[in-house]
Design a protein around this ligand. Structure first.
Ligand code: F6R
Length: 585
């Protein structure tokens, strides 16, 4: 995780530009931020908390600066652990994304050589290693390469040196992109920080040197790499929550329009990719978190509609199943960001096994998109709130189109999604929203909460629990209705809220029985269903469309999560401990 940026400018505004860029990178982590300004001496500024409120103090001019926004991995959220980190003499400053796996042994060795460490981070070994190499090696590039050869893990870092007008960077398993404009050269972990027209996405194992010219070389062999500039296709307009108070609320409300767009997707694209799935010898969904829940919904949709079994594996576990992957396998990763480390790792395993990759991403410029043979893009637009909402429902809608296309019924699916788009609007009607707000106030002090569903509503149960816990910090767990009685029901006592997801499908009677079992033990039953039922203590009415319940039923749960966050005075857009893009394994 973490966002990194380095700017070499012809003007003296590099530090301010770095802070502006960090605001765009904040979604990668917001535990702390820091800037190092180049010059005769390196000037450092670090702070815990969000970059959105950041201002640089004292002399902040300079044409060279690097910056960092942190998601803590090694060491607590403290000012000392904030990047940039330096060597003993503060002559080298480093910002880093990723993990140095062998930092403990390196640190021990360096301490034995007399190096003094200030932080608990893995990053700090980098400047000290280079400092150590420079004792016997005059050439900085050689010292840097020798230091990097000692590092294990996946990482990218950018560094500056005192008294030197240049940026150095290394990409080794974490993304970096270089941008060039008339006045500036930029290097960052994310294209969003590059407002330039021309960019280069840096391949792995690359050493980058930015001075008057930019040089790329292979980390191991030192041989020059000839990388080509390409047009920056990312629209860089300012993104605001508009009439809404928070991005989360805005993005939840955008869903009917996005579903409508998906209903109009190009038939050839969907049918060609449906054919890929139909003809593969084994398709594997891999994803994490919310995208995993979308894939779970997809597994049910393909089973019910296309009568096809798709394997579903949590991306971080995929390597354990590599023995089943051949050149006839289709890997189907789902990822909003396209930068999730676990998903990228699964894709790399698939590449090694020469399997084909068809990915579904919300960011067409992502690393995953570039690793894939075929890319489908969810037309959800940038998702800014850390909680995934509109990307999730878009993923499911596209899986619905694909499953129906495999079954030869694409036109029906298009029509269903168009109807769904209208139906979703009723969830946003005043009366329904007020009922959700009232419910949030009623249950806001719960210490534990459960969600249950069967069939397509199983994925909804898992996703609803995830949404509630990540934004309101209420302990919430989702279960398949049948599983509650195998242990978790021990946790039900008087007034514990249990959200029961009900659709008019073959699972209806059984999920209502499960709800009764909870009620019999004093649980407070919140029914999300087209019709009220005497078992419910509280009813959230939803449109009646069982085949698309995975989308319909999650929308009021997203809204409930938002209102719970408001009622509990939590930040709906940037919940504690989270980051939008999870770029570490
Ligand atoms: C939850 C959430 C995370 C992500 C997960 C995967 O609201 O956002 O669980 O879904 O980290 O991220 P992507 O989809 O970017 O691979």
């Amino acid at each position: 995780m973490c966002g990194i940026i380095g700017i070499l400018s012809q003007k003296t505004d590099a530090p301010d530009q770095v802070v502006e860029a960090l605001k765009k990178l904040e979604y990668r982590g917001y535990d702390s931020w820091g800037v190092a300004i180049g010059g005769k001496y390196i000037k450092l500024q670090k702070n815990i908390g969000k970059i959105s409120q950041a201002v640089l103090v004292n002399d902040t001019t300079g044409n060279l600066a690097i910056g960092h926004t942190r998601w803590a991995t090694h060491g607590g959220v403290t000012q000392i652990n904030a990047h940039p980190h330096t060597d003993c003499l503060e002559k080298i400053a480093v910002v880093h994304n990723g993990i140095i796996e062998n930092f403990q042994e390196l640190k021990k060795d360096l301490e034995n050589f007399g190096h003094k460490f200030l932080s608990q981070t893995d990053t700090e070994v980098i400047p000290h290693l280079i400092e150590e190499e420079l004792r016997t090696e005059e050439d900085f590039k050689t010292a840097l390469v020798k230091s990097v050869a000692k590092l294990k893990g996946s990482y990218a870092f950018v560094l500056i040196r005192a008294n030197s007008n240049e940026l150095w960077a290394v990409a080794n398993g974490c993304p970096l992109v270089v941008g060039q404009s008339e006045n500036q050269l930029i290097i960052s972990s994310d294209i969003l920080a590059c407002k330039t027209k021309k960019v280069i996405y840096i391949p792995e194992e690359t050493l980058i040197h930015i001075a008057d010219e930019i040089e790329f070389s292979n980390l191991e062999t030192g041989k020059p790499k000839n990388l080509k500039w390409e047009e920056n296709k990312v629209e860089n307009h300012e993104i605001t929550p508009g009439k809404f108070k928070h991005f989360l609320e805005k993005e939840i409300y955008e869903q009917p329009e996005i579903i409508k767009k998906i209903s109009q997707m190009d038939v050839r694209e969907v049918e060609t990719n449906a054919a890929l799935i139909r003809h593969s010898f084994g398709t594997f969904f891999v994803a994490c978190g919310t995208s995993y829940h979308a894939a779970l919904a997809g597994e049910y949709l393909f089973s019910q509609i296309a009568k096809m079994h798709i394997n579903l594996i949590s991306a971080g576990e995929f390597a354990n199943f590599r023995h089943f992957i051949t050149d006839k396998t289709l890997l189907f990763p789902l990822s909003q960001s396209g930068e999730t480390a676990d998903v990228l790792e699964a894709a790399k395993v698939a590449v090694k096994c020469r399997a084909k990759i068809l990915s579904l991403v919300n960011n067409p410029n992502s690393t995953l998109a570039r690793l894939s043979d075929v890319v489908m893009v969810t037309p959800a637009g940038p998702e800014i709130a850390v909680l995934s909402t509109k990307a999730y429902t878009s993923q499911i809608a596209i899986l619905y189109l694909l499953a129906n296309a495999v079954a030869g019924d694409f036109a029906k699916a298009q029509c269903d999604l168009e109807n769904l788009s209208e139906m979703l609007k009723t969830i946003f009607e005043n009366e329904s929203v007020e009922k959700l707000k009232k419910l949030a106030k009623k249950i806001k002090n719960a210490t534990s909460l459960f969600t249950i569903g069967r069939g397509l509503n199983y994925a909804v149960a898992l996703e609803a629990a995830l949404k509630i816990k990540e934004v309101s910090y209420i302990h919430a767990e989702g279960f398949a209705g049948a599983d509650l009685k195998h242990g978790p029901i021990a946790l039900i006592e008087k007034d514990v809220p249990c959200i029961v997801l009900v659709s008019n499908d073959e699972n209806k009677e059984e999920i209502l029985s499960n709800a009764m079992e909870v009620r019999a033990r004093g649980g407070f039953i919140i029914g999300v269903a087209p019709e009220n039922n005497e078992i419910f203590d509280y009813h959230i009415k939803v449109p009646d469309f069982a085949e698309l319940s995975s989308i319909i039923n999650i929308v009021p749960m997203q809204l409930l999560s938002y209102y719970l966050a408001i009622a509990r005075e939590c930040d709906p857009d940037k919940p504690r401990n989270l980051a939008k893009s999870v770029t570490v394994k």
